[in-house]
Design a protein around this ligand. Structure first.
Ligand code: MN
Length: 199
């Protein structure tokens, strides 16, 4: 199933060339993962991804996530990515789709917190309906975030907003104060420099 869902992902890329995962791995019996990758392609953005039904549902968030519940961060829905993309960090080479450096800015597990009238709504349905809520347990981020679709069509747009809970903090600016990768400790600039000098 995930192989057909990843058609769009594979069509856009020469995976032999870019070194990005082709996908197809599936993992069962554990909490679903989330990842936020900082990606400096044509413009700098953060890719917010949630494991849903064997793929990573994905949104590009230009400003990245905020821990301030008053901030509404635009999140542009992009194509599903393979699960093994969650640990991808590297430089997508010039001429390839999304060319530029990628670091894993935060990752961990999440649980679905989508509900209506006290009834849990499965995450797939909540995303179809355009109103989902997730509880992240990452290294930098924790607590609830809501995702609300504000524009449908070919390029759906969503808002990613911190929920009001113990993890909310209007003064914290994790994208500024904790810019480094949770996998390697490198910043995206350090990664780009090391890839550049390595040829
Ligand atoms: Mn991206």
């Amino acid at each position: 199933m995930s192989s057909t869902r990843l058609e769009s992902y594979r069509r856009k890329r020469d995976l032999n060339r870019s070194g990005e995962p082709a996908g197809g791995r599936s993992r069962r019996g554990r909490a679903p993962v989330f990842v936020i990758q900082k990606h400096h392609a044509t413009s700098l953005h953060y890719d917010f991804r949630l494991e849903v039904a064997g793929v990573l549902k994905s949104w590009a968030v230009p400003k990245g996530p905020s821990t301030d519940p008053r901030d509404r961060r635009l999140a542009m829905e992009v194509e599903d990515h393979p699960l093994d993309y969650a640990s991808f960090e590297g430089v997508i080479e010039e001429g390839s789709y999304g060319a530029g450096p990628v670091i894993v800015w935060d990752t961990g597990t999440y649980r679905n917190a989508s509900e209506r009238g006290g009834e849990e709504i499965p995450i797939e349905q909540a995303l179809r309906d355009g109103h989902a809520s997730v509880w992240l347990e990452g290294r930098k981020l924790d607590g609830g975030w809501s995702l609300r679709r504000i524009r449908d069509g070919a390029k759906p747009q969503w808002l990613l907003v911190k929920r009001r809970d113990a993890g909310a903090d209007a003064r914290r600016r994790p994208t500024s104060t904790q810019p480094e990768s949770v996998l390697s400790g490198r910043t995206i600039e350090e990664l780009a420099r090391s890839a550049g000098s390595g040829g």
